[in-house]
Design a protein around this ligand. Structure first.
Ligand SMILES: Nc1ncnc2c1ncn2[C@@H]1O[C@H](COP(=O)(O)OP(=O)(O)OP(=O)(O)O)[C@@H](O)[C@H]1O
Ligand SMILES: [Mg+2]
Length: 397
């Protein structure tokens, strides 16, 4: 995947004379020390991250941790104090007014928590607004606006005024407005946070559905970890203006790395997040025979696989014992369950019937591992912050 958006060493200091604060940060001081010493607020402290094309990238953190500042620095609603914002490799921080306006019109759309709709304009005119600024002809922008309003479920509301709509509906107009512009990067700052739970869930589903066809690059800010898990392909967690943890949802829950991050993950239902690959034991060769290769199974049985790794059948525990002792390979049974590596553990647990062995097989039917009920329970039970994983960022909180 290409990097659509790359943020490098980004700093935001809310001061007209930021140099002393930057100097303190460079020495390793944190946001609170800078505030104590200089009375200056640090919004971002050396944030770097990459957002690949097509990702739904989640930014999380407690209130005041710098999420909105980060989002606003990306399209320069906040001017970065130092660092780069690379859009397809081009730094947009040095751009002049005209070029920046062009980037905002054509590349980056923002959806805020409280979307400012123009109250004296009809819904459809609100949705068309960005296109009008871009000089899109009237008929074309009307067609496009009607299309996206239908997409967000407001097809019949285009000719009403914002005050005639509920808060949730207005939020959807905001989303429609952002979608209508064709910008390939969407920044959504707590876009669903003000919605009631039912509508919020609907909007999340809607966004996921849209994303499958639109394939935009989405930076989504939330303080709700459930939302981050549901929507995100990757999650970055901020604290005190710094990025303290970055990774896939699964890896963050598995290894939060600090108490600050672990606190977000505590209530998460791991059986719905973790997949079979994470809990399985990799297939290990026990012996080769002319029938095929015999590999161990988590429950004490053995799977026989052919030369390409496809499962031929399973050998029960006593036959496996005999085979190990050199007593030949007994009859193979087809009494086992197959799951895909991406199957969530809750589904795997449901398919765990009568103690039958579970094979984890890839799309071509090749065995990559196996798992028993103990492996599932062990994974689901793991809650403690664990040691640092290779290639992933952590700080101690
Ligand atoms: N215009 C500003 N002037 C001075 N300080 C600011 C400004 N905007 C934000 N800050 C400060 O920057 C820090 C980060 O604020 P930000 O709004 O980015 O937090 P957030 O993570 O979005 O919080 P929330 O979850 O409450 O929206 C805070 O300490 C805040 O006080
Ligand atoms: Mg915010």
């Amino acid at each position: 995947m290409t990097e659509r958006l790359e943020i490098k060493d980004l700093y935001k200091v809310f001061s007209s004379t930021p140099a002393p604060a930057l100097e303190m940060l460079a020495r390793g001081c944190g946001k609170s020390e800078v505030f104590e010493k200089l009375g200056v607020v640090v919004g971002l402290n050396n944030v770097s991250l990459s957002v690949p094309q097509g990702a739904v990238y989640m930014i999380m953190g407690l209130s005041g941790s710098g999420k909105s500042t980060f989002a606003r620095c990306i399209n320069r609603l906040n001017e970065p104090t130092a660092g780069q914002v690379l859009l397809d490799g081009r730094d947009i921080v040095p751009l002049g007014e005209a070029e920046l306006r062009e980037v905002r019109r054509t590349r980056i759309s923002m959806v805020f928590q409280h979307f400012a709709l123009l109250p004296n304009k009809r819904v459809i005119d609100n949705v068309e607004f960005g296109l009008k600024l871009r000089g899109v002809p009237a008929a074309e922008r009307r067609r496009r606006a009607e299309e996206v309003l239908t997409v967000v479920g407001l097809g019949r509301w285009g000719y009403h005024f914002p005050h005639e709509l509920s808060g949730g509906m207005r939020q959807r107009v905001g989303l429609a407005r952002a979608l209508a512009t064709d910008a390939d990067i969407l920044i959504m700052d707590e876009a669903f946070s003000a919605l009631d739970p039912l509508i919020r869930t609907e909007m999340q589903d809607e966004l996921l559905r849209l994303q499958r066809t639109l394939n935009k690059t989405i930076l989504f800010i939330t303080h709700d970890f459930q939302e981050a898990l549901k929507l995100g392909t990757r999650i970055a967690i901020m604290s005190e203006g710094e990025l303290v943890r970055e990774g896939t949802p699964q890896s963050i829950v598995l290894e939060p790395g600090s108490d600050y991050v672990a606190a977000f993950t505590r209530e998460i239902d791991r059986s719905r997040l973790f997949d079979a690959r994470l809990a399985m034991r990799p297939a290990e060769t026990i012996l080769q025979s002319e029938q095929g290769t015999l590999v161990s199974e988590a429950g004490g049985c053995g799977f026989m696989v052919d030369g390409s790794g496809k499962v031929l059948g399973v050998l029960n525990a006593s036959d496996l014992g005999r085979a190990r002792a050199g007593g030949g390979i007994g009859p193979l049974s087809s009494d086992y369950v197959s799951v895909r590596p991406g199957a969530k553990l809750i589904e795997v647990a449901r398919s765990y019937r009568d103690g039958r062995p579970i094979a984890v097989v890839d799309d071509d039917g090749r065995l990559i591992g196996s798992l028993g009920v103990d492996d599932i329970l062990a994974r689901i039970a793991s809650t403690a912050p664990r040691a640092q994983a290779a290639g992933e960022r952590h700080v101690q909180g």
